[in-house]
Ligand binder design. Structure first.
Ligand SMILES: C[S@@+](CC[C@H](N)C(=O)[O-])C[C@H]1O[C@@H](n2cnc3c(N)ncnc32)[C@H](O)[C@@H]1O
Length: 232
């Protein structure tokens, strides 16, 4: 059972992010690590794809251009992110957005053959329940691709836990992979996706100690966990 206050806190925080334009900014931040995942995922013209925690919808629009005869759905907990995603996606007839939570995905069983989630999973209040939901909405032979920068094996992002205004889960690659297996996924794998973006010369923000820490953080890379829902 998800604590309603936790849910509301995360929702409110990301509504604020959206109003401040941070949803759109995340395209620049996440594209360099998302592109290798898109290559591995190999979106096909007929695919039906869910982007869970889609933010402003930039990745959904990319996917919709690839899945031209298929369908892409973006889901996000934040109503303001969804409103902005819809407003920016008017010219995409095969793309739609829904407000919803990862632990109760508002879609029927086996609705998608691919699912991607970028930099959202550590905010999910119950990651195990959410991975089971992902398994439920995937069709047999479907694949799930979760990419995160906040995970136990990358010490250069651990301080985010005290900077962020909401609770975040700090799980290891092995723990995420185990959640996938427990949900029923087969062929579960994880790997690191380095971010080739050069670090700034000087950093004065609050998320990293200094520019050198950003360099190390990007060099190690984001954690990609993926799995397949087998036919049985
Ligand atoms: C850091 S942003 C990343 C957004 C987008 N994937 C991107 O790369 O630009 C995290 C997103 O996850 C969403 N989110 C957080 N918890 C969620 C949940 N339980 N269910 C669905 N979305 C959630 C937030 O509202 C936010 O838009």
């Amino acid at each position: 059972m998800i604590d309603i206050t936790t849910d509301l806190k995360i929702r409110n925080e990301f509504n604020r992010w959206a109003e401040a334009g941070r949803g759109e900014e995340m395209e620049d931040h996440h594209l360099p690590i998302a592109l290798p995942v898109l290559d591995l995922m190999r979106a096909e013209p007929q695919d039906t794809i869910l982007d869970l925690g889609c933010g402003s919808g930039w990745l959904c629009r990319r996917l919709a251009r690839r899945a031209r005869q298929g369908r892409v759905v973006g889901i996000d907990l934040s109503a303001e992110m969804v409103r902005r995603a819809r407003a920016a996606s008017a010219g995409y007839p095969n793309l739609s957005f829904l407000e919803g939570a990862a632990d109760k995905i508002p879609c029927r069983d086996a609705a998608f053959n691919k699912l991607i989630s970028i930099e959202s999973a550590y905010y999910w209040p119950d990651p195990g329940l959410s991975v089971r939901e992902i398994f439920r909405v995937l069709a047999p032979h479907g694949s799930a691709w979760i990419l995160i920068n906040y995970y136990r094996d990358n010490p250069h992002s651990h301080q985010w836990g005290s900077v962020a205004k909401v609770w975040m889960h700090l799980l290891s690659a092995a723990e995420w992979a185990e959640l996938f297996r427990q949900a029923g996924f087969a062929d579960v794998r994880h790997r690191l996706i380095p971010d080739p973006t050069p670090a700034p010369e000087v950093y004065t923000g609050e998320w990293f100690r200094d520019a050198e820490e950003i360099r190390k953080f990007r060099e190690l890379g984001a954690l990609l966990v993926c799995g397949i829902k087998t036919a049985s």
